[in-house]
Design a protein around this ligand. Structure first.
Ligand SMILES: [Zn+2]
Length: 278
């Protein structure tokens, strides 16, 4: 598998009662950082997996009914900490990003997408269809802010479901098949069902860590994977399917037990956010 270089970028955070995300958690409010992942590909150059929060989130949640989203999950984003601005730390500008890979269409994963108008958008067709269906109230209830979807996304989208299917490396068992999104085996999208319609992770061969599985919102933290501790069913069923969330988490736990050295990165993991170092 061709090597890539991975950097985790923390782009804002929200606050929830811990009990919403961990079945045996407390009711105290805890911080959920939002991670974007910069991937440097040896041929295609820099690309991003998810975007984290962005000032566009605040504009999109100004009107009603979208404002309910902001009330339910208060968001903090320090000035200049959206991913488009943080690229300068890596000597990059937004125009350098040629590929944007979106795990799913919740606002905390796509809020910064508008900053990369020249990038191809790799995403799930099922996820995009679900994000575009129903009215504004139904969308907000599902964690989708329609205003954050790039208006030309249909023209720029390259769907995971249509990429060649390939076998994953043995190190990823029990996950066995991925979608080869660039056609060179370097970035393999893997469906992780349950969190919402069309929810996918990404496997790459990170030059620092070997196989690196970006699992998006399939787990709230690496600790939840190690403990096989799903969110309460009421939270999972609100956005997707608790039964499928729990089955996917069991698979991630089995992967970790079989291969404890594997690098697993959930999008809101506090351990990983601490490594991002901002
Ligand atoms: Zn999500």
């Amino acid at each position: 598998m061709r090597e890539t270089a991975i950097s985790l970028i923390r782009a804002g955070h929200c606050v929830h009662p811990q009990r919403m995300t961990i079945r045996d958690g407390s009711w105290r409010s805890v911080i959920y950082p939002a991670l974007s992942v910069l991937i440097i590909h040896p041929v295609e150059g820099p690309m991003l997996f998810d975007t984290g929060y962005d000032p566009a989130f605040f504009a999109a949640t100004q009107p009603f009914p979208e404002r309910f989203y902001r009330w339910l999950t208060p968001v903090t984003l320090a000035a200049g900490s959206e991913v488009a601005s943080q690229l300068t730390r890596f000597g990059l500008a937004p125009d350098d990003i040629r590929h944007l890979i979106l795990s799913h269409f919740h606002a905390d994963h796509i809020a910064g997408a508008h900053a990369f108008p020249g990038a191809a958008i790799h995403c799930s067709r099922a996820g995009l269809d679900a994000a575009c269906s129903g009215g504004r109230i139904a969308s907000v209830r599902r964690g989708v802010l329609r205003a954050l979807l790039p208006p030309d996304i249909a023209a720029r989208a390259r769907f995971f479901e249509e990429a060649p299917r390939v076998a994953l490396p043995d190190a990823l068992q029990p996950f066995d098949m991925g979608a080869d999104i660039l056609g060179d085996g370097s970035l393999l999208a893997v469906e992780l069902p349950g969190h919402c319609p069309g929810h996918w992770g990404l496997v790459t061969n990170d030059q620092a860590h070997g196989e690196h599985f970006l699992v998006a919102d399939a787990a709230w933290s690496t600790d939840a994977i190690r403990r096989d501790m799903p969110p309460p069913a009421i939270t999972s069923n609100f956005l997707g399917s608790a039964r499928r969330v729990e089955a996917t988490l069991r698979q991630l736990n089995a992967l970790w037990r079989r291969n404890p050295a594997i690098r697993l990165t959930p999008a809101h993991c506090p351990e990983r956010a601490a490594e991002a170092g901002q």
